[in-house]
Design a protein around this ligand. Structure first.
Ligand code: NAD
Length: 280
């Protein structure tokens, strides 16, 4: 269980990922992403989650470079994730996409590279490319995103390396119970995207009452629920006070009753696309 923002969990290959990171989906390249990432690192975050399709890898890279200098950190102290976009899936194109992401970020390795979505007929070739990148020690760990149990089962049949992570939509309205159990059994770390349901939970009465009881915000209660469930989480904000708020979750404990009440909010409801039915 995490005790502070820099605590990590060991992935199935021994690499450690911080429990909490900053997500930068829909954050504009340039000043907006640079200031958000710099605020996060200055305030103790060590993990940043971007993707080629977010179009902000250059800004993330700039912020990393400046943050290392300004905070006296070394590259090894950060954990940087990016993802191969759907249009780039396939073996050679994924190898090229990885190099492109590294160039934009100005880095010579990533800590985690993910297949962004399970594109039918392509994701196994894409995975083979990730295995190559990993075997050539160009990346510290590889994983997938938006994979259901059946996608993972299919991938595992033909893969040499078990994904270190499955990053999927997860919040109190989308419990993902079967997938969480499957990942646990296979040694795949479960990671939440849209942990705050992209803002759709902030008027929920049950969460509000739990938050008030602990003197915390709803965002903090949800992020704490992630941690107490063993879920790596990457809430997004571009505002420094919220970036700080979302990481101030180590001074309280949700009781078993709190956890059960939050679990009871599940409606298997998504804000994003279903990985079995997406058209991008
Ligand atoms: P999120 O659930 O993190 O919600 C972000 C929204 O909540 C923002 O609009 C922000 O203004 C608001 N917010 C954040 N902290 C708050 C606070 N303390 N109080 C009030 N409002 C607050 O949604 P997300 O950005 O979609 O998900 C997080 C990250 O997950 C992304 O940034 C991205 O890195 C990743 N992601 C991955 C995928 C994928 O397909 N792999 C898809 C979506 C997102």
């Amino acid at each position: 269980m995490a005790n502070n923002l820099q605590d990590t969990v060991k992935l199935n290959n021994g690499i450690e990922i911080p429990w909490i990171g900053l997500g930068v989906f829909k954050v504009q390249d340039g000043e907006e992403v640079v200031s958000a990432v710099k605020a996060a690192i200055k305030n103790g975050y060590r993990s940043i989650d971007t993707a080629a399709v977010y179009g902000n890898e250059e800004g993330v890279g700039k912020a990393i470079g400046e943050s290392l200098k300004e905070n006296g950190l070394s590259r090894e102290e950060l954990f940087i994730t990016s993802k191969v976009w759907n249009a780039d899936q396939g073996y050679e194109s994924t190898l090229a996409a990885y190099k492109n992401s590294l160039n934009k970020l100005g880095l010579d390795y990533l800590d985690l590279y993910l297949i962004h979505w399970p594109v039918k007929g392509k994701y196994k070739e894409t995975w083979r490319a990730l295995e190559t990148i990993y075997n050539e020690k160009m990346v510290r760990s590889i994983g997938v995103s938006n994979f259901h149990v059946h996608h993972l089962e299919d991938l595992l049949q033909d893969s040499e390396i078990i994904p270190a992570i499955d990053q999927v939509e997860f919040h109190p309205r989308l419990a993902q119970k079967d997938l969480r159990k499957f990942c646990k059994d296979k040694g795949i770390q479960f990671e939440a995207w849209a942990p705050l349901m992209q803002g759709h939970l902030f008027d929920n009465a049950i969460l509000k009452s739990i938050a008030e009881k602990h003197g915390k915000s709803i965002a903090q209660v949800i992020i704490r629920w992630d941690l107490q469930n063993g879920v790596v989480t990457i809430p997004k904000s571009i505002k420094e006070h919220r970036i700080i708020e979302n990481s101030s979750v180590f001074d309280f404990n949700l009781t078993r009753e709190d956890l059960e009440q939050i679990d009871s909010l599940n409606e298997d409801r998504r804000v994003g696309s279903d990985p079995d039915n997406f058209n991008f």
